[in-house]
Design a protein around this ligand. Structure first.
Ligand code: ATP
Ligand code: BTN
Length: 325
């Protein structure tokens, strides 16, 4: 389906009223058969469109689209003059920014999208990204100190996501080292940090955040672990534009704090929210599994794992942490 037709169709349906196939066809200059094909295309990307004979098509719920103007107006730090791009359909917001590194990106540049057709988690896993339901957002951040400083970035970003949620909805979340945000014991959001650069040079980082807001039942069928969404833990209605602006504000604040004073100044915030603090855990590294007790993180963002009475730092990479109880 051509992107422009898809976008126009979505904009019309987002108004929340029934629109007949004929009216859509006339507006977009396509046949009714083409309209129904495009509607199927929308259903395939996760939009819940239904049809009533004699009335036409409608979204099952009103849809408020992401809006660049609304997002940028709520940004706190105007001096940054942050470029924010809002896309309807994209492969992955992380891939998009990575393709622009190093010359076509500015510090703090943001890309958000309504839909990702190749949303990624760590180690090439898929991130389920239905249209208009959640937040898929990436920010470019250059670390002059080089790749070593990037190690704790997922910890910094996870704290920023928690700050934003707390600020807007007064809800507490849990943080699972190294890159997950949980609510009531289920995965609410994930962070994907991708880097370019050499050890001693500036490191180009893309910080990707996938935050579930309102999971459609069909998309949920493809997720193979317990998940949750923000609408299940928050009673007010969620305004995704306001949430995106707040996420950007909180990220910039925490990244600046990280640059100026390091993770050491955020340890308290992490420890208060650490999902597994002082609990027995299983650390999975490829084929190897280590049992231990989680003792939080150190000032570089490494996991502190106690095994046989000895606490050792575990640096990120190809490792996963699981609870034992
Ligand atoms: P770990 O990072 O400890 O290995 P993980 O199993 O959550 O934990 P990730 O790579 O962090 O792995 O995340 C990708 C996984 O998240 C996918 O394999 C899938 O199970 C799950 N997932 C995919 N999309 C979503 C989503 N929208 N919401 C919640 N979970 C999702
Ligand atoms: C994880 O839990 O493994 C991380 C998930 C990260 C998903 C986000 S959505 C925005 C950005 N673009 C991507 O393709 N992935 C990240």
């Amino acid at each position: 389906m051509a992107k422009s037709v898809k976008e126009q169709l979505i904009k019309q349906l987002a108004l929340g009223q029934f629109i007949s196939g004929q009216a859509i066809g006339e507006e977009l200059g396509i046949s009714r058969a083409a309209v129904s094909k495009h509607i199927r295309g929308l259903q395939e990307i996760g939009l819940d469109v239904f049809c009533v004979t004699g009335k036409g098509y409608r979204f099952s719920q009103p849809l408020r689209l992401l809006d660049k103007t609304v997002i940028t107006h709520q940004l706190k730090n105007n001096s940054f003059n942050l470029p924010v791009e809002v896309h309807s359909v994209i492969d992955s917001t992380n891939s998009y920014l990575l393709r622009r590194v190093p010359h076509q990106v500015k510090q703090g540049q943001v890309c958000v999208a309504e839909y990702q057709n190749s949303g990624r988690g760590r180690r090439g896993r898929q991130w389920i990204s239905p249209f208009g339901s959640h937040i898929y957002m990436s920010m470019y951040w250059c670390l002059e100190q080089g790749i070593s400083a990037a190690m704790g970035l997922s910890v910094v970003a996870a704290i920023a996501v928690s700050d934003a949620i707390k600020q807007l909805y007064k809800v507490d979340v849990e943080l699972k080292w190294p890159n997950d945000i949980y609510a009531k014991g289920k995965k609410l959001a994930g962070i994907l940090i991708e880097l370019e650069g050499q050890a001693l040079e500036s490191s180009h980082c893309v910080i990707g955040i996938g935050l579930n807001i309102n999971m459609p039942a069909k998309a949920a069928e493809d997720i193979d672990q317990p998940w949750t969404d923000l609408q299940s833990v928050v009673s007010n209605e969620i305004d995704r534009n306001q949430l995106v602006s707040t996420l950007i504000n909180c990220l910039i604040t925490r990244l600046t704090q990280h640059k100026e004073s390091g993770i050491i100044t955020m340890l308290d915030d992490w420890f208060k929210q650490d999902l597994y603090l002082n609990k027995p855990v299983r650390l999975i590294t490829g084929e190897k599994e280590t049992l231990g007790i989680c003792r939080g993180i150190n000032n570089q963002g490494a996991l502190l794992l106690e095994v046989d009475g000895q606490v050792k730092p575990i640096y990120g990479g190809e490792v996963s942490l699981r609870g034992l109880l």
